[in-house]
Design a protein around this ligand. Sequence first.
Ligand SMILES: NC(=O)c1ccc[n+]([C@@H]2O[C@H](COP(=O)([O-])OP(=O)(O)OC[C@H]3O[C@@H](n4cnc5c(N)ncnc54)[C@H](OP(=O)(O)O)[C@@H]3O)[C@@H](O)[C@H]2O)c1
Length: 215
Amino acid sequence: MRIGILGTGTLAIGLGTAWTRAGHEVLIGGRTPDRAEAAAAAIGEPARAVSLREAVVDRDAVLLAVAHEGLADTLRAAGAAEGSLAGIPLLDPTNAVEHGVGVLLPDDGRGIADHIADWAPGAHVVKAFHLFPADQWTEARAPVTVAMAGDDPHALDIATRLGRDVGAHPVVLGPLHRARQLEEVAGFVIGLAFAGHDPNAAIPRVPAAPEAEGR
Ligand SMILES: NC(=O)c1ccc[n+]([C@@H]2O[C@H](COP(=O)([O-])OP(=O)(O)OC[C@H]3O[C@@H](n4cnc5c(N)ncnc54)[C@H](OP(=O)(O)O)[C@@H]3O)[C@@H](O)[C@H]2O)c1
């Protein structure tokens, strides 16, 4: 696939590396050209650095790997308001939470994914890849479930394929309005971890319903 990544930091490099290893063509777009060049170099060829606007052209999927403070500006610089992302699967891994506390920052009851959909008219937003640290995708780790939410079947299919390509077991939780629930899970995990508690021990081991096994 032809993948555009908006952002040049840890997650951009992690998923960009994993997708490049899986044979995808990755373009890295950043507001700071030097950081985009450094990220592309860290990922390795054939990944290359481009502008934010170029990173969304002719892409099968775009990953928005930017700090929450920069989401609106980044999408504006990528031409989202003019429709540059219309029809494109836009993967949102954002954790817009109060640092070290985990309280979600959107205070209107909507997920940050819903706000991203507003800032990128026509984009097919999929919440995904927000729960696990970037090195999950580059190191030899046990496979994990990537729960995702979105409205567009094609975009969910693309996100599912890209999840499998990095060794995950992707699962669609529901439509995009359930992204807020996925974001709350991350806030819960972050809140407990920063308070010195093991988040894994705070969740009961509930078996899958028998009729759902094997799905
Ligand atoms: N790192 C992880 O393991 C991980 C895991 C799951 C989800 N996430 C999510 O992925 C996103 C990126 O995280 P990260 O760890 O990769 O962050 P990071 O390494 O700090 O990189 C942040 C990126 O956002 C850009 N940025 C920061 N402030 C900005 C602003 N005000 N305007 C425009 N751009 C801005 C930076 O651009 P410059 O370089 O030009 O400053 C950089 O490209 C976040 O939403 C985070 O919650 C991260």
